[in-house]
Ligand binder design. Structure first.
Ligand SMILES: Cc1ncc(COP(=O)(O)O)c(C=O)c1O
Length: 398
């Protein structure tokens, strides 16, 4: 019998908490349980038809070979053009690396930038991957709590206090998973003023940048903070914007040396990403953008519906987010109410709601923010209504 042991690197990190929820949801569904899942982080739409058509055409045209590791030049040019239109900042194709999703872009960055003894500053609540990837590389995540009263956004003075001589990178996400909160131009400038005094790389995850509501003006540090340009990396992709999660296309816009170092790492891991996916991404970026606006409008309607519904559920306090497709609820009061059935924290509450109300949600602990639950409204209005009804019934029992 072989004794199982894994690398110290592996032992340092944890599996994605959302992946654990997905697994439990799949298990229950396989048992025939009628579940409402508001736990997923992917649009429930099909990609725009011209994207699927481009993928099929690419297969027929023989897109069956490796491409350049960094991605097809035509795709990198389309990415530069798209970014110029949206952010008003020029990049050249050699400042772009296309990877198997934004998560893979972040993984490459972690491999290239982080080392033992480094600190990676992450304002929380935040997508769990940033901290886990840092740990995998031996770096220490420095989580900076952001208060509900501040809209779950980091205050410049808190960011300042978290920086040290060891800070290798600061990771920001706007709009945010899990809160949907987004930094406006003034807030970004205030953060930039703090970051300009440090030597740290600044990684901004803008994967949800095209999904904002109520006229919120989404801006990028790329255009607002030229002084950071030599150490600023923006991560983006087609997953959320074009409902193309399964195509696995993401990228970084980075200083040339960073992009090329990440390309070298990628050359030893995956080589290029799938050629067909790259052709689909070119079609998405260069084709009509109306489907993006239409999806955004549907998400906004759902956000308002879910906000209104959850407003009537006892024990939840939900903030109104500017973007993405998540609501983040402070569930401190619900946890207190459910103490009678042994619930002690958000993880316990999520488990109890899954088992008793048959509603799947992700606990805030998974995002460094205990006492909260994340609701994804990448689900139909009917599903949202069913979730609200079930949660209302379950929490009214106390
Ligand atoms: C904040 C954030 N960044 C990146 C990603 C990953 O996107 P991709 O599908 O491009 O890897 C996600 C997916 O959930 C996310 O929520």
């Amino acid at each position: 019998m072989v004794t199982q042991s894994w690398s110290a690197r592996f032992e340092r990190m944890s599996e994605s908490a959302t992946a654990a929820v997905f697994r439990r949801v799949a298990e229950l569904r396989a048992q025939g349980v009628d579940l409402v899942s508001l736990s997923v982080g992917e649009p429930d739409f099909d990609p725009p038809p011209h994207v699927s058509a481009a993928a099929k055409a690419a297969i027929d045209a023989g897109a069956s070979r490796y491409t350049e590791v960094a991605g097809l030049r035509a795709l990198r040019e389309a990415i530069c053009e798209d970014s110029l239109c949206r952010r008003g900042v020029e990049h050249s194709p050699d400042q772009v690396l296309v990877s198997a999703g934004a998560k893979h872009s972040l993984f490459n960055l972690a491999q290239v930038l982080y080392d033992h003894g480094d600190e990676v500053v992450v304002p929380v609540p935040a997508w769990v991957t940033y901290a886990e990837q840092a740990k995998l590389c031996g770096a220490r995540p420095v989580l900076v709590p952001c208060a509900r009263e501040d809209g779950y956004l980091v205050r410049p003075e808190s960011l300042q206090a978290a920086l040290s001589a060891r800070t290798r990178a600061v990771v920001l996400c706007t709009p945010s998973n899990p809160t949907g909160a987004a930094y406006d131009a003034e807030q970004l400038r205030a953060l930039a003023a703090v970051l300009e005094d440090s030597q740290a790389y600044v990684i901004v995850d803008e994967i949800y940048a095209t999904l904002t509501y109520d006229g919120f003006e989404q801006r990028s540090l790329l255009s607002l903070a030229p002084a950071l340009r030599e150490r600023l990396i923006v991560v983006d992709g087609v997953s959320k914007r074009f409902a193309m999660t399964g195509y696995r296309v993401g990228w970084m816009l980075a200083p040339r040396e960073v992009a090329r170092a990440c390309e070298a790492i990628q050359s030893q891991a995956t080589t290029s990403i799938a050629a067909v996916s790259q052709h689909a991404a070119i079609a998405a970026l260069t084709g009509p953008q109306e489907p993006v606006g239409a999806m955004g409008e549907i998400f906004r309607t759902r956000r308002d519906r879910l906000l209104a519904g959850l407003g009537g559920v006892p024990g939840l306090s939900v903030s109104r987010p500017q973007g993405a497709f998540y609501l983040f609820a402070d569930v401190g009061a619900a946890i207190e109410r459910a103490a009678a059935v042994g619930v002690r924290d958000d993880v316990g509450l999520a488990t109890w709601l899954l088992e008793q109300a048959r509603v799947a949600l992700v606990p805030g602990t998974a995002f460094g923010a205990p006492g909260h639950l994340r609701f994804s409204y990448a689900a139909s209005e009917q599903e949202l209504d069913r979730a609200v009804e079930r949660l209302g019934e379950a929490l009214a029992r106390f």
